[in-house]
Design a protein around this ligand. Structure first.
Ligand code: HEM
Length: 499
């Protein structure tokens, strides 16, 4: 008995030592290469907090003046960029080696995951080439009246709500506005979230950011994507996928049968399903889109478009409620320019509202919706002016939120100051100090559209209402730990006065 007990103890000690040695070896990856690392913990590495903002912020905080700091997601070594020239190398100069994101997707089992954000290589390039004209300023100008129309409905809905209560959740209101805008422009459908907050678009829009997959599934997708594919793991819930597949199929069928043409993303999708395009860089013919591929892109435009813009709108209103002088200055600009255009909220009038634009950029800096950008090394890469080589397959994280909050680039970073974005101030900063929309050939394709809907929403609100903080307003702001996009923990309540 005694003998078997001691044998058991020896096995346990042996196994524990082996596990310890395994992790010790894995967690020495960066130190062995002379790279500063944030000390990891067994078995999660540096994944100790819930939200990416804190995880990456903690790694960024140990920077030592070199190009990057090493981190570990479980046992996977990751690079967190800490030098702006290095950021520029990754995003722009050496883009050819960093055009991939390395996101998990499984076209066969879950076609909706095969969209422009998660695909890499020639499949990504082909989609980017196909859709770039859709997001040009010329095309967006045609969508402008649709967004203005939704903003009028937004105002009517808010007027009704204010009759019952002058304290409203601007988080929910902004999301309802951008859901209706993207619904109209991407799907050609009046979602009516403003009138009916529980409609299916809002429901599935919310669901896309509240993934039900557990930590183990996520770890498998991140560490062993090939195995995750073999196990046919899915990212999204079935009913959400079915909803988007059905909506796109029905809309495409309806438009094709009735020969309907509109100036929206759905029209571009239908054109790309019917005609092939050419890649002028390589002079090659690109295949037509299938219905599944078109659905995946429409789904992406929906989820990439509504939450990012609505959080930007909401955080801007929060800061304007806290800073009444900035709110007044913005309102004055809006009134003056609208007067010049005889009250018409036109494309040209919005373009002239420089201060409103500064405010939006400052909100994107302080409350960066996408807290980090991701790239993957497609080949071994020698870091400029150093002896370090980043191995093929390594994930590079560009900590946009941390850079935006670094006092080295933005003095007193917690202060909301739109004057940081005057043309002179921008010129004096390194171009990589502002990464709200990413940068380089894989930046946000919806930059202009996102800015335009945020501008129109804000202009409509500021022209008609005054925003103030009240006892229900969360001060200081507490961020959600579960939403990957930066957003408040609960709603964001403000007192709204009709002007
Ligand atoms: C204020 C609003 C928005 C913000 C802050 C934002 C931010 C971003 C960021 C940071 C990225 C990653 C860029 C990179 O890795 O360098 C991105 C990618 C992307 N965004 Fe946006 N976005 C916004 C609105 C939109 C809208 C309205 C759409 C579409 C209707 C859109 C579609 C996309 C797509 C398709 C990508 C992937 C591009 C690619 O991989 O080639 N975004 N966005």
């Amino acid at each position: 008995m005694e003998c078997s007990l001691s044998l058991f103890a020896v096995i346990i000690v042996g196994l524990t030592s082996l596990v310890y040695l395994f992790f010790k070896r894995k967690f020495s990856y960066w130190a062995n290469r002379g790279v500063k690392q944030l000390e990891p913990r067994i078995p999660v590495g540096n994944l100790l907090q819930k939200h990416f903002r804190t995880i990456i912020g903690n790694i960024y905080a140990v920077k030592d003046g070199s190009a990057f700091v090493g981190g570990y997601f479980f046992t996977k070594p990751v690079v967190v960029a800490t030098d702006l020239d290095f950021v520029q190398d990754i995003l722009i100069r050496d883009f050819n080696n960093f055009h991939a994101r390395g996101e998990y997707n499984n076209e066969e089992v879950e076609p909706i995951t095969a969209h422009m954000f998660s695909l890499d290589g020639p499949k990504w390039k082909s989609l980017r080439v196909k859709f770039s004209p859709t997001f040009s300023s010329g095309k967006l100008k045609f969508m402008f009246p649709t967004i203005v129309e939704v903003s009028q409905r937004f105002r009517e809905a808010l007027d009704e709500l204010l009759c019952a209560d002058n304290v409203q959740d601007v988080k929910d209101l902004s999301a309802r506005f951008t859901t209706d805008v993207i619904g109209s422009c991407a799907f050609g459908i009046e979602c009516n979230s403003l009138k009916d907050p529980d409609n299916e678009f809002r429901k599935y829009g919310r669901m896309a950011f509240q993934l039900k997959i557990g930590i183990l599934t996520r770890a498998l997708m991140m560490l062993f994507p090939a195995a995750a594919k073999i196990f046919r793991l899915k990212v999204f819930q079935e009913d959400m996928t079915e909803f988007f597949m059905r909506i796109v199929r029905e809309t495409v069928e309806y438009r094709q049968t009735n020969k309907i043409k509109r100036n929206d993303f759905m029209n571009s999708l239908i054109e790309l399903m019917n005609t092939s395009t050419r890649d002028s860089d390589t002079n090659t013919e690109l295949e037509k889109l299938t219905l599944e591929q078109a659905t995946a892109q429409a789904f992406l435009f929906f989820i990439a478009g509504f939450e990012t813009s609505s959080t930007t709108m909401m955080f801007t209103l929060y800061e304007l409620a806290l800073n009444q002088d900035i709110q007044e200055k913005a309102r004055k600009e809006i009134e003056e320019i609208l007067k010049k255009y005889e009250g018409d909220l036109s494309y040209e009038a919005v373009k002239e509202m420089a201060y409103v634009d500064q405010i939006i950029n400052e909100a994107l800096r302080k409350y960066t919706p996408v807290v980090a950008l991701t790239r993957k090394a497609v080949d071994n890469y020698k870091v400029r002016n150093s002896n370090v080589t980043i191995e093929k397959g390594t994930t590079i994280l560009i900590p946009a939120y941390a850079i935006h909050h670094d006092p080295k680039y933005y003095l007193d970073p917690e202060k909301f100051d739109p004057d940081r974005f005057t043309p002179d101030q921008i010129k004096n900063r390194h171009p990589m100090t502002f990464l709200g929309f990413g940068d380089g050939p894989r930046n946000c394709i919806g930059l202009r559209f996102g800015t335009m809907q945020t501008q129109i929403g804000l202009i409509t609100l500021l022209k008609n209402y005054r925003f103030e903080v009240c006892s229900k307003t969360q001060i200081p702001m507490k961020f959600s730990e579960t939403n990957p996009i930066l957003s408040p923990e609960d709603g964001l309540h403000l007192k709204i006065e009709k002007l």
